[in-house]
Design a protein around this ligand. Structure first.
Ligand code: GRF
Length: 219
């Protein structure tokens, strides 16, 4: 049988827990994506070992050893093409990709961000959510555009912010839903069910709850 799974590269800079979730999801024969490559700008990224243990090809492209971001992106681009990459997932990838790179991979790059975008783009999202006093926080998977943490939203997951939450407790609660969210979003995109229409994502056959869920501390 021909391999109809979309060849997917995962880009990491560190831990790789979302990578592990994607690898686990892709083991299902019915999952529409396979992880063809794991690439990192940081050769010391612990997530690279997760990829190696799973028998997945890795590319460690040391950004610090290269003179420019363009030089890094040229190597990354070559590694992605060599692996036959069709889709790219950014999971904790800390470099901001250039407009040129994003244009070359237009509508093929997905990123996971630990907030309910467009709230809290950038770093320290959990600290900022606590400081803002929001009652609901979460994570977003979106198509990547050149501006940081922007682009059409594929999927979001919300978690409550609890009284006396610490940054660490909130981060752990969000991370847990990230591990379900990115596999779901990649499934929708790789399976051809998520389309971009006028810079918003339309999902074929989407089932949604008809009303919003209200979170109340007394419920
Ligand atoms: C996640 O919280 C992700 O949302 C953010 O960076 C973190 C990466 O964690 N972009 P991991 O490397 O997947 O464990």
């Amino acid at each position: 049988m021909a391999d109809t799974k979309r060849a997917t590269a995962v880009l990491i800079s560190g831990r790789g827990s979302n990578l592990a979730a994607l690898i686990a999801a892709a083991k299902d024969v019915r999952y529409p994506a396979r992880i063809a490559l794991v690439a990192s700008d940081n050769p010391a990224a612990p997530g690279l070992a997760i990829a190696r243990d799973a028998g997945i090809a890795t590319a460690a492209i040391d950004r610090g050893a290269l003179p420019t971001k363009a030089a890094f992106e040229a190597k990354l681009d070559a590694a992605l093409r060599e692996a036959g990459t069709d889709l790219v997932c950014l999971t904790g990838f800390m470099l901001l990709l250039s407009e040129k790179f994003v244009a070359a991979w237009q509508d093929k790059i997905l990123n996971i961000h630990p907030s309910l975008l467009p709230l809290f783009p950038g770093l320290d999202t959990h600290r900022r959510a606590l400081a803002a006093g929001v009652r609901v926080h979460g994570a977003t998977v979106h198509f990547v555009r050149a501006d940081v943490d922007s682009g059409p939203i594929v999927a979001q997951a919300a978690v409550p912010v609890l009284p006396h939450d610490t940054e660490e407790a909130l981060a752990a609660r969000v991370l847990k839903v990230e591990h379900r969210l990115f596999p779901l979003a990649l499934k929708l995109v790789a399976g051809g069910r998520a389309r971009i229409v006028e810079e918003r994502v339309v999902i074929e056959g989407e089932k949604v709850a008809p009303d919003a869920t209200l979170l109340s501390p007394s419920d």
